[in-house]
Design a protein around this ligand. Structure first.
Ligand SMILES: NC(=O)C1=CN([C@@H]2O[C@H](COP(=O)(O)OP(=O)(O)OC[C@H]3O[C@@H](n4cnc5c(N)ncnc54)[C@H](O)[C@@H]3O)[C@@H](O)[C@H]2O)C=CC1
Ligand SMILES: NCC(=O)COP(=O)(O)O
Length: 329
């Protein structure tokens, strides 16, 4: 089977993404990496953090040319580690878009991304809530954000939304789309023919029989009941979020669906920040990102932990191989 070719996007030039990518490029992977980013930033990240500077070659260099293939997406201004510059927002988004194009055209088999600084992109004049949403728009499909480590998989019904807007955003069509996308991905990409999905309530104690909110009674429970009637849909809940993650309960679930970002994310990050990855389910190609942010406090110092990026590359390569095998079967 052909080695998967993965597009690797470092993300925010002033963050830890470039130096973590340099660490990744020094390793052997069961995949070929093609970097989409600013070559000068990568070289300076290597230099500043005392890592070997990779030989970057154009992405369309001859097949036997030695070096790391780079699709150059030049920054408007040289990056200063620790200080995001909104002038470079366009280059960051262009790199993500070019890499997504390559995945959609089949030139690459999967996408791995470093952290992006949301405020810097918006300050640069580009409306942006997250790469998950950007890739969904780009591919024109429904997606689900799911974070995963060896202990738990947490998917989110809503992603980067102010808390004030969350309750209004959660309705039956949205939850149904999310559950179908999650269910399909657990079956197709994660090898669970009959996945068990725990669905959290929105309110404390899952609404306490309607005394602490009615979304569970009026919306979530009837939807779960309807979907359970379909073959293969094993849905538990709506469960109180405060006890759903108890280890003994968690062991019975293949994934937990949280209603909003900070209902699920802290559990995931507390249970294993270093090894966790962020997956976008529902795209026509696998996309896996680091679970952490730009860590501006560490950028350029050579102390950032590369484990999440390494886990993202490993996971993306596995998903890409699985999809290639499915196509051939
Ligand atoms: N995948 C992505 O694109 C993500 C992007 N972000 C963005 O990153 C920016 C900063 O977010 P924060 O909330 O400060 O989170 P952060 O993850 O950048 O930092 C939180 C803490 O974790 C530490 N940390 C992060 N990555 C680390 C690593 N690889 N090794 C060792 N320590 C590490 C940092 O030093 C800091 O103490 C925001 O603009 C946010 O939107 C946040 C999460 C994910
Ligand atoms: N909290 C996750 C995060 O901010 C990264 O999300 P995305 O940019 O991959 O959508």
């Amino acid at each position: 089977m052909r080695r998967p070719r993965l597009a690797l996007v470092p993300g925010e030039p002033a963050g830890v993404g470039p130096e973590l990518c340099i660490a990744a490029l020094a390793r052997d992977w069961d995949a070929d990496l093609v970097v989409y980013g600013d070559g000068d930033t990568l070289r300076r990240a290597a230099e500043t953090t005392g890592q070997p500077i990779p030989r970057l070659i154009p992405h369309d260099a001859p097949a036997d040319a030695p070096g790391v293939r780079l699709v150059e997406c030049r920054n408007a201004r040289p990056a200063r580690f620790g200080e995001p510059d909104p002038a470079n927002a366009t280059a960051v988004i262009d790199a993500l878009t070019a890499a997504a194009d390559a995945c959609r055209s089949g030139a690459c088999d999967g996408l791995v991304t470093g952290p992006v600084h949301k405020a810097a992109i918006n300050d640069g004049g580009i409306p942006y809530t997250g790469t998950t949403e950007l890739l969904a728009r780009h591919a024109g499909c429904d997606v689900v954000m799911m974070l995963a480590n060896d202990i738990v998989r947490v998917a989110l019904a809503t992603t980067h939304l102010p808390l004030r807007d969350v309750a209004d955003a959660i309705d039956a069509p949205l939850l149904e789309r999310v559950l179908r996308t999650l269910h399909d991905a657990l079956r197709r990409d994660f090898g669970h023919p009959q996945p068990v999905i725990a669905v959290l309530g929105l309110n404390p104690h899952a609404g306490e029989d309607g005394h602490l909110g009615r979304e569970e009674l009026d919306l979530i429970a009837p939807l779960l009941e309807r979907l359970r009637a379909e073959d293969g849909f094993d849905l538990r809940g709506p469960l109180p979020a405060d006890t759903a993650f108890l280890p003994a309960r968690l062991a019975r679930f293949d994934a937990v669906l949280a209603m909003y970002h900070d209902q699920g994310m802290p559990v995931l990050k507390y249970s294993g920040f270093e090894q966790a990855v962020n997956l976008t389910l529902g795209l026509p190609y696998p996309r896996v990102a680091v679970d952490h942010g730009t860590a501006l406090d560490l950028a350029g110092r050579g102390v950032a932990d590369p484990s999440s990026l390494f886990a993202a590359i490993t996971s993306c390569a596995q998903l890409a191989r699985r999809r290639t095998a499915d196509v051939r079967a």
